[in-house]
Design a protein around this ligand. Structure first.
Ligand code: IMP
Length: 426
């Protein structure tokens, strides 16, 4: 079983890699996050922007599964299914864990008002209700996908939780209360009939698939440094994108995982607030934004950009037990004369090879850079690794040596077939 995990702050190209690997997979499971993710996949010239449905849906031989660790907004789910169906993609194989939690209208409302309330300290969330939904899960007042199968249970749970949410919305945030009848009618009458056939015991489904020798891919959303436990807290998402989350979010023990592929951009981007040691605030940063089209798939926000940070990757290799790395968007660096790579941090006269645990140190670190020459030519047409110019190969090999994990795949363009296989590492 293989896990695909983001190693930076998201948007590394997980959708594209998952899509590539899906050709060898019979099952693809999303294990955490919700529609805060935005996976762009280009197949035969057509672009698919997926938020919730696992990218494996694009392969007829694959069963796409939404695992128990995901939070599901049924409106988005159904819109996505309709969008895919309209493009001729069959979604009838899609399975959703009955134990996944539902995103409710009050979660979105709370995400919006709390972000506003935090003002300049806001986290820059996607305002999709992700954090409030996971908070309710932990507080044990969440509604789960299975609850829509029983109107009585759904209504009981909704009435209890909505009382408290409405009090908070009205008294703390001065908002209008939400109506229980309206919510119940939407979830039970409108969404339930369409979602019910997709609901399954996904834990048993995946174990049964493994027992008959099928290949299973566990697809993460967001990334290591947005992980609630391993990321730059509080500037993180509310779930565990790290490889450990793949176990809890699907119900599969860690011993069954044999490959953990870390996906990394050849530079770094981040959306939303939080520390970013190698961030560029100059025209080179703008060049990365322009060349890399660094705008969120989901919220359309301009991404922050910076040089490749090997410290992040070393840390990601540890906390995820990475077995290999897939490097994406190498072609975006085609025009640069020189490339900087952060090989360590310095703070208070101390050198750090791994991410310092203390937030004040991390906020204060200065990157230690090494400079490499750019290759100054177009990589996007390359189809075989042997055509890679020496300086581009040197850059990849330098990163590989810094990370200490083989770089097996290098992306030179957005298409499924624009990944070069490095054969046993760079
Ligand atoms: P939330 O996940 O909407 O709560 O947002 C928390 C943080 O994670 C914010 O900084 C978001 O910009 C970031 N984030 C959430 N999902 C993604 C993603 O798919 N890519 C990149 N950043 C994300």
């Amino acid at each position: 079983m293989t896990v695909v995990v983001g190693t930076q702050w998201g948007d590394e190209g997980k959708g594209k890699l998952t899509d590539l690997l899906a050709s060898e997979m019979q099952v693809v499971v999303r294990y955490q996050g919700g529609h805060n993710a935005g996976h762009t996949i280009v197949v035969d010239g057509e672009t698919f922007a997926l938020q919730l449905v696992p990218s494996g849906v694009l392969y007829p031989h694959t069963v796409p599964v939404i695992g128990n660790g995901v939070v599901v907004d049924p409106v988005v789910l159904l819109e996505e299914v309709d969008m895919l169906s309209a493009k001729g993609i069959d979604c009838s194989r899609l399975l959703i864990s009955g134990n996944a939690h539902l995103i409710m209208p009050y979660h979105q409302e709370l995400d919006r008002v709390t972000e506003r309330y935090l003002g300049k300290n806001s986290l820059g969330t996607t305002k999709r209700g992700i954090g409030p939904a996971y908070a309710d899960k932990a507080a044990r007042v969440g509604l789960r996908v299975q609850d829509i199968l029983d109107a009585k249970i759904f209504r009981e749970k909704l009435d209890i939780v909505l009382k408290e949410k409405n009090a908070v919305l009205a008294k703390v945030y001065n908002r209008l209360p939400l109506d229980a009848d309206e919510i119940a009618s939407k979830y039970l009458d409108e969404y339930a009939p369409r979602v019910a056939p997709m609901i399954a015991d996904t834990v048993s489904f995946v174990h049964d698939a493994l027992e008959v020798g099928q290949n299973v891919l566990l697809e993460g959303a967001q990334a290591t440094f947005l992980d609630l436990d391993q990321g730059t807290y509080p500037f993180v998402t509310s779930s565990n994108p790290c490889a450990g989350g793949a176990s809890t979010g699907t119900g599969i023990g860690p011993k069954l995982i044999d490959k953990v592929i870390g996906i990394a951009k050849a530079y770094v981007t981040r959306v939303g607030s939080g520390p970013f040691p190698t961030e560029l605030h100059d025209e080179l940063g703008d060049e990365l934004v322009d060349r890399g089209h660094e705008y969120g798939v989901n919220t359309k926000r301009r991404r922050r950009t910076g040089w490749f940070d090997a410290v992040l990757l070393r840390q990601a290799a540890r906390v995820n037990s990475l077995t290999e790395v897939a490097l994406t968007k190498l072609d975006i660096l085609d025009t640069f004369d020189t490339l900087k790579v952060c090989v360590a941090y310095e703070a208070d006269g101390k050198r750090y090879d791994y991410v310092p645990y203390h937030q004040s140190v991390f906020h204060a670190v200065k990157p230690v850079y090494e400079e490499l020459p750019g290759w100054k030519c177009d990589l996007s047409g390359i189809t075989n690794v042997s055509e890679l110019p020496g300086k581009a190969r040197d850059y990849v090999q330098f990163l590989e040596a810094q990370i200490g994990v083989p770089i097996d795949l290098v992306g030179v363009g957005p298409g499924r077939n624009q990944f070069l296989r490095m054969q046993g590492g760079a």
